[in-house]
Design a protein around this ligand. Structure first.
Ligand SMILES: *Cc1c(COP(=O)(O)O)cnc(C)c1O
Length: 376
């Protein structure tokens, strides 16, 4: 008989400087190992209420409807689309990278009519093109865009885009998966309507949860639906039966108990540091990475004014083999950086400085490892 050779899985300690997940804070890993309790236990419900408040602070919102969806960022995206869209709704979708493309896919699958505003990968969404599309489509009801395009490293002006949308009677669906905690994001001040994010980027939490927040205008659109939400699991009216209400909470699905402890801990860490300080730290580490890359003769591909500090797209020099550099970094230095996506595959590296990974030690480590590998 063959001996069973499968034993416990013990991954190596890597330094995660790709497009996510980022390094998880040790306090978050510790929180995960705390005792699992019931998802309707009064102690747990108390923790959920704190979690909602911590998320409101991170999103800079007073929105009542603010909570994590029990699935990764892509589920938060889908939650926004399946609740906000009804078949036949016209949606203007901005596509300047891979995630804008996924938004488009969501619109199509919800039976919406999509109007695409394309911008080159590596550039911000152009507000002028968006304004033209809004003018040309007065019957559109939604504008969807990605605030921080992790696939390219470009940051778009969410405040301006939301203002344009509202001037044309549209609500907004905004992807803030990579922006939350890493760059200024002000849901109330900028009047963003339906917003989703992720936990494994600048919050330094584990993957698998998606914070969402909906303002009153968004909830009004949801409550006026003529048709049932096409997804049972992501139907907000059902999810809210579990996340809201004084004391009485209805079972919807078993909440991911320990991952929610982890998110609570990650948000406590963010709160202790201060949101502005966290933005500042990401900016500072980006500046020092940029200076070091310049010394190595490496350039960033996104124009300076549109750059995301937490995702640095670096041009791969002529004659350098992308895959072998990344493999050496991983195998010899336990360092993960990201590959280019789509057209930029083989042309760009994506170096993440997200959450706990955005620290001076990591920047030095990445620069010196890159220098060694490139010299070989
Ligand atoms: C990572 C990411 C997502 C998807 O999140 P998952 O947790 O991988 O599902 C969506 N949008 C953006 C901008 C992202 O960076």
């Amino acid at each position: 008989m063959q001996k069973n050779t499968i034993t416990s899985f013990h991954p190596l300690e890597r330094t995660l400087m790709g497009p996510g997940p980022s390094d998880v804070h040790p306090r978050v890993l510790e929180a995960l190992s705390r005792p699992t309790i019931g998802h309707l236990d009064p102690l747990f419900i108390g923790m959920m209420d704190e979690l909602k408040q911590l998320l409101r602070d991170a999103f800079q919102t007073g929105n009542e409807v603010t909570m994590p969806i029990s699935a990764p960022g892509s589920a938060g995206m889908e939650c926004c689309f399946v609740n906000m869209l009804e078949p036949g709704d016209k949606v203007i979708v901005c596509r300047n990278g891979a995630f804008g493309g996924r938004m488009l896919e969501n619109v199509i699958r919800c039976g919406g009519e999509a109007v695409i505003v394309d911008d080159p990968w590596g550039r911000a969404v152009d507000p002028e093109k968006v304004e033209q599309a809004l003018k040309a489509n007065p019957d559109a009801s939604l504008l969807a865009f990605v605030h921080a395009e992790t696939s390219t490293g470009a940051l778009s002006d969410a405040q301006t885009l939301a203002k344009l949308a509202h001037e044309h009677d549209c609500l907004t669906i905004v992807d803030t998966v990579t922006s939350l905690g890493g760059v200024p994001l002000k849901v109330d001040e900028w009047k963003l309507d339906a917003v989703y994010s992720g936990t494994q980027k600048c919050l330094s939490c584990i993957p698998g949860l998606s914070p969402v927040t909906f303002n009153e205008a968004a909830m009004e659109k949801v409550s006026k639906r003529q048709s049932k939400c096409q997804s049972w699991f992501l139907d907000l009216s059902l999810i809210l039966g579990y996340w809201e209400g004084e004391g009485k909470r209805a079972y919807h699905h078993t909440a991911p108990i320990n991952p929610l402890y982890a998110l609570h801990e990650a948000l406590c860490i963010l709160h202790e540091e201060g949101l502005e300080n966290s933005w500042q730290r990401h900016r500072q580490q980006h500046e020092s990475l940029k200076a070091g890359l310049q010394e190595l003769g490496l350039e960033l591909s996104v124009p300076e004014a549109e750059r995301l500090p937490q995702l640095n797209a670096v041009r791969i020099p002529e004659g350098v083999d992308d895959a072998s550099v990344r493999a050496q970094l991983l195998n010899d230095y336990n360092l993960e950086i990201g590959a280019g996506l789509g057209d930029s595959a083989g042309k760009l590296w994506r170096i993440g400085l997200m959450g706990y990974s955005a620290n001076a030690g990591n920047v030095l480590y990445c620069l010196s490892a890159l220098k060694k590998v490139l010299r070989q």
